[in-house]
Design a binder for this molecule. Structure first.
Ligand code: AMP
Ligand code: GLY
Length: 429
């Protein structure tokens, strides 16, 4: 099979790594890829919004499957376009991707189909006064979310009315989220542990990968701003078989069926971001693709032919036996540029990337570039350092990940020191 992967982050490096292990693979290409994916793919420089040139590329190189990593091209209709040209795609059409593109759509769908989630109200920018009035009379904390895409950063948790009214000012007047903030969703604050569940689906049937936990805040102990994700571990001990069964029954299966009924059949990875509350699992958000950095912790744990799993989904006939999880765990720690998620400097040389000869350590590139035969920083999240442990001992995986990240150096390198710590608290209770 000739395969084309779209994207350039740590998630795509992890996808490329896993796909490259498939006996069915002839040649893997990435548009645009990064210096890490080059190890497994040929990186091709075509603008990802130029669907026409991508289609020509697929024809010329006899591409059997296109895998779309990030949300933006999915939301922009890349899958629709390629499918209409007769090309097989792993990734939803834009109508199905709306489950991530518009929180108001996702919330409405959940309400209509009784999928557990936080109570909510929505307002648009013409309703600033109504929003403030509403916010005067609610319980705090509350959560204010931009309706549109915001790279995981469009959420403000407000502890009182004064914080909520500044959030309204920032979103509607100063437009900190641009057009993504033309509408907002105000949600009840949910308490509990977070969990990410990836369901690979052909639109009807689905297969859940081992559950993981992301670390969204920039600082240790979940302090500071929200980011795209600073680290992950998998499997999350809270995701017992009983809980996973409940999640599939109440959330994953109903969501796939709901999209189907609404004529928005979802082919790809449906990512459920969940809060495990005392009332049970509730949806924080749905995403229309694999999570980043969770993918970097989940994929190394899968045995079997991952490419076959994705191809079978894209071919409307999911082969649930293509992969299995039969033990082991992984921890991924993200090395970021100091300043992220706000502004940061690029262009620092990364040292230590060659100091690994351990097959349990994977250094996934996220924001890197090549400059005069050196790898330099080019992004907020620079690398994802994943350690895999064959036993189920997460503490060992965590130690291995931190031992590995200490061998890497670049100016202004920053990482959280508590990735996976929550898992130990949970497993004690
Ligand atoms: P989202 O972009 O919707 O995934 O939100 C980003 C992060 O904000 C989540 O991972 C949670 O940590 C937090 N969050 C979002 N919605 C809620 C909520 N209703 N209650 C508590 N925390 C939330
Ligand atoms: N890790 C969060 C996300 O991929 O949206």
């Amino acid at each position: 099979m000739n395969v084309l992967l779209i994207g350039s982050g740590g998630r795509e490096h992890a996808l490329a790594h896993k796909i490259s292990q498939s006996p069915k693979l002839d040649k893997l290409y990435t548009i645009p890829g990064n210096p890490g994916t080059e190890q497994f793919c040929e990186n091709i420089s075509i603008n990802s919004s130029d669907f026409n040139s991508i289609t020509d590329f697929c024809r010329m190189h006899q591409i059997d499957l296109v895998i779309i990593g990030p949300e933006q091209p999915l939301v922009d209709g890349m899958a629709d376009y390629l499918r209409s040209e007769g090309i097989k795609v792993f990734g939803p059409d834009s109508k199905a991707a709306e489950i991530e593109a518009h929180k108001s759509f996702a919330k409405g769908l959940m309400k209509k189909y009784n999928i557990p989630t936080a109570e909510y109200v929505e307002f648009d920018y013409t309703q600033q006064e109504e929003a403030l009035n509403y916010l005067k009379h609610i319980k705090y904390p509350c959560v204010i979310k931009a309706d549109g895409l915001a790279s995981g950063k469009g959420v403000i948790i407000c502890n009182n009315f004064s914080e909520a009214s500044s959030a309204i000012q920032e979103i509607f007047v100063h437009k900190i989220f641009g057009s993504s903030g033309e509408k907002i969703v105000v949600e009840e604050f949910m308490q509990g542990d977070e969990l990410s569940v990836f369901a690979v689906t052909d639109g009807e049937d689905y297969f859940c990968l081992p559950a993981s936990q992301d670390h969204k805040r920039i600082g240790d102990n979940d302090r500071g701003k929200n980011t795209g994700g600073m680290g992950a571990y998998s499997p999350a001990p809270i995701a017992t078989p009983k809980l996973m069964n409940e999640i599939e029954r109440k959330i994953i299966s109903p969501a796939i069926q709901a999209l189907n009924r609404e004529k928005r059949k979802f082919i790809g990875c449906l990512y459920a971001g969940l809060m495990i509350t005392v009332q049970g699992p509730k949806v924080v958000e749905f995403n229309c693709r694999f999570g980043d950095p969770e993918t970097q912790a989940v994929l190394p744990l899968l045995e079997g032919d991952f490419l076959d799993l994705l191809y079978s989904a894209a071919n409307y006939k999911l082969n649930k036996k293509a992969v299995k999880y039969s033990g082991g765990c992984a921890v991924c720690v993200v090395a970021a540029s100091k300043g992220y998620p706000d502004s940061y400097q690029n262009g620092y040389t990364i040292a230590g990337l060659d100091s690994f000869n351990n097959e349990d350590i994977y250094i996934y590139h996220a924001g890197t570039a090549k400059k005069n035969n050196h790898i330099v920083t080019k992004g907020g999240r620079v690398l994802g350092v994943t350690a895999v442990e064959k036993s189920n001992d997460l503490k060992t995986a965590q130690r291995k990940a931190y031992d590995a990240i200490k061998k890497i150096y670049f100016t202004d390198m920053y990482y959280r020191t508590d990735i996976a710590v929550k898992a130990f608290k949970e497993s004690k209770s």
